[in-house]
Design a protein around this ligand. Structure first.
Ligand code: ARG
Length: 580
């Protein structure tokens, strides 16, 4: 097993710099990167330029001293110096060949697990009870799942947490309405009898807004629930149960694993947040509310903005719960990396929560907290994604439509296939397309939801990627090849082979990059380029018709490509098909 060439080379260049220029340069950034242009080799070390000033030596001389201390002859041809001291490194073909052979024999493509696995929390999906799971939650679910998969693949211990909104004042209104309209559900403790929660929410809200007495009773119900009143608690549980059932359908459809730990879980820890913040001296009283004044956030009059920890009426806020959750995740879960996947609109919220926790010294230096924001989902008209009547789009019907459309395609392409086959393909393609369309965009921008685009067979789409995989499997079938027994003897002679081989070797780098920066579109881009490079290779280099030794080598390249596509798509939560 190996780490990526890039990370290996960074370490080696770092060592060479320290060896050449002494301890003062122990942690000097080696400025190693893949070369943008093949004429500068495959990788570059660009540290010399920055070092010339410090060392008062010519960049070429600095580069020469780095090279003199650099041990890379197992991987690279002898390094060369170009221009102002750029060190160019070209992979040895023999190295490529042995690495690819290792990749082919390994079920994880010879990618090593990390040396120091971390305990990571990915907080994602997190819809709100009794409300609809909307497209924003769908994005969080898809992006969060992919990030979790990638970190798990690297060997980290990942806790996938669903921070559902299962607490708050809205429950007073819902409980009161439930008592009015479905007393039966309560006496029989029957969640299903509650029926459609989105409807219920709407109706309850209407009552709440129109009737002052209802409002009063609702307020009392919140207090009752918070005090642990048995009937209120039962009503709350039924509501959660019914909601959970709806959410679970989406998770099952999308094959998402999640552990529910909603806001209510942290109730018991909210009071401690107040007590401990008071002790740090950060807590202040402002018009009856307890708050922390934030640094770098101000209101329109330029006054520091308060983060309210406890309201005048004694209630707590979304932020208070997140502070409690953060402490729990650090102290009890022992997480060292905590990732939150929500829409970009919550960026301020997380910045504030992290700031207060940092100032309170609740986040040790060994712990990294990261908000992973994403943009809105837009309709093809460029406006916020809605149905024609202006309602939010129900996720269930959205996913169903993707499958139905994919089914229509397969009916045309392959009308004689069995019903079972068509449905299986339609599900993999339809759901894969929804996921891939989301993941292949830079997540921070808004993205336009278009069935036509995501289901297209050409372009950076799931069907294109799935088809590339099927194509390789087709070669195997045509040549009656048992890929598992193929003796991975790889000889690279033609340019398209070498280009493909180098790209295959960079899979580990793509995974590292996503794990570090948390942009899954980087992996999509990698896979897209892989399919393109494979297609070029396949057009220019005969495989089944080639002479025996070339044939085996090229078949191996096909096999490694297929394995990489399969694993890569799997890390995006997308399953491949053997035929389509
Ligand atoms: N329930 C929230 C929403 O729907 C998302 C929760 C995200 N996670 C968190 N720890 N705040 O917007």
């Amino acid at each position: 097993m190996t780490t990526s060439v890039l990370s290996d080379l960074k370490i080696r260049c770092s060592k060479a710099i320290a060896a050449a220029f002494g301890e003062a340069y122990d942690n000097y950034d080696p400025a190693v990167a893949p070369s943008k242009d093949a004429k500068f080799g495959d990788y570059q070390c660009n540290a010399a330029l920055g070092l010339t000033k410090k060392l008062k030596q010519k960049p070429q001389d600095v580069a020469a001293q780095i090279i003199a201390n650099l041990q890379v002859d197992d991987i690279f041809e002898p390094p060369t110096i170009a221009g102002a001291g750029f060190i160019n490194l070209k992979l040895k073909l023999s190295y490529l060949e042995t690495q690819l052979a290792k990749m082919q024999k390994s079920d994880r493509l010879a990618i090593a697990k990390v040396d120091k696995p971390e305990r990571v929390i990915v907080d994602f999906s997190s819809p709100n009870i009794a409300k609809e799971m909307h497209v924003g939650h769908l994005r969080s679910t898809i992006i969060g799942d992919s990030i979790a998969r990638i970190l798990e693949f690297q060997g980290h211990e990942v806790l996938r947490l669903n921070h559902v909104g299962d607490w708050g004042t809205q429950f007073g209104m819902l409980i009161t309405y439930l008592r009015e309209v479905y007393p039966d559900a309560l006496t029989k403790a029957d969640a299903i009898a509650i029926g459609d929660l989105v409807e219920l929410y709407r109706a309850a809200k209407k009552r709440f807004d129109e009737d002052a007495e209802f409002k009063e009773i609702s307020r009392a119900a919140v207090v009752e629930l918070q005090a642990g009143g048995a009937e209120a608690k039962l009503a709350w549980q039924l509501l959660c149960e019914q909601s959970r059932r709806e959410f679970q359908k989406i998770y099952d459809t999308l094959n998402i694993q999640l552990e529910e730990r909603g806001e209510s879980f942290y109730n018991a820890f909210l009071a401690d947040v107040v007590t401990d913040l008071r002790e740090t001296g950060l807590l202040q009283e402002d018009q009856g509310a307890l708050c922390v004044f934030l640094e770098g956030f101000s209101n329109k009059d330029g006054q520091p903005l308060p983060l309210i920890i406890q309201k005048t009426d004694g209630g707590y806020n979304y932020a208070t719960t997140d502070l409690a959750a953060l402490r729990y995740r650090i102290n009890e879960d022992k997480a060292t990396r905590i990732i939150y996947v929500t829409d970009i609109g919550q960026a301020g919220h997380f910045a504030q929560v992290f700031q207060v926790a940092k100032r309170a010294n609740w986040i040790p230096e060994t712990v990294q907290t990261t908000h992973v924001p994403f943009g809105l989902v837009m309709g093809e008209d460029g406006k916020k994604f809605k149905t024609r009547s202006g309602d939010t789009i129900a996720l269930k019907s959205l996913l169903e439509e993707a499958v139905v459309r994919a089914r229509t395609d397969i009916e045309i392409r392959n009308p004689d296939a069995s019903d079972e086959f068509k449905q299986d393909v339609a599900e993999a393609v339809g759901l894969g397309a929804v996921k891939y369309a989301d993941l292949s965009q830079n997540r921070t921008s808004n993205y336009i939801f278009s069935f036509d685009k995501m289901l297209a067979l050409q372009g950076n789409t799931a069907p294109y990627m799935l088809y590339a995989y099927v194509r390789v499997q087709g070669i195997g079938r045509k040549g009656e090849i048992d890929f598992t027994s193929l003796d991975a003897a790889i000889h690279l002679t033609q340019d398209p082979e070498i280009v493909l081989a180098k790209h295959l070797l960079q899979f580990a780098e793509a995974i590292d990059a996503v794990a570090e920066e948390l942009f899954p579109n980087r992996l999509c881009q990698y896979l897209f380029e892989l399919s393109q490079k494979f297609n070029q290779f396949f057009e220019q280099c005969p495989v089944l018709q080639a002479e025996e030794s070339e044939r085996i080598s090229r078949l191996s390249l096909c096999d490694i490509t297929a394995k990489t596509l399969k694993l890569g798509l799997n890390l995006l939560g997308i399953r491949v098909l053997e035929r389509m």
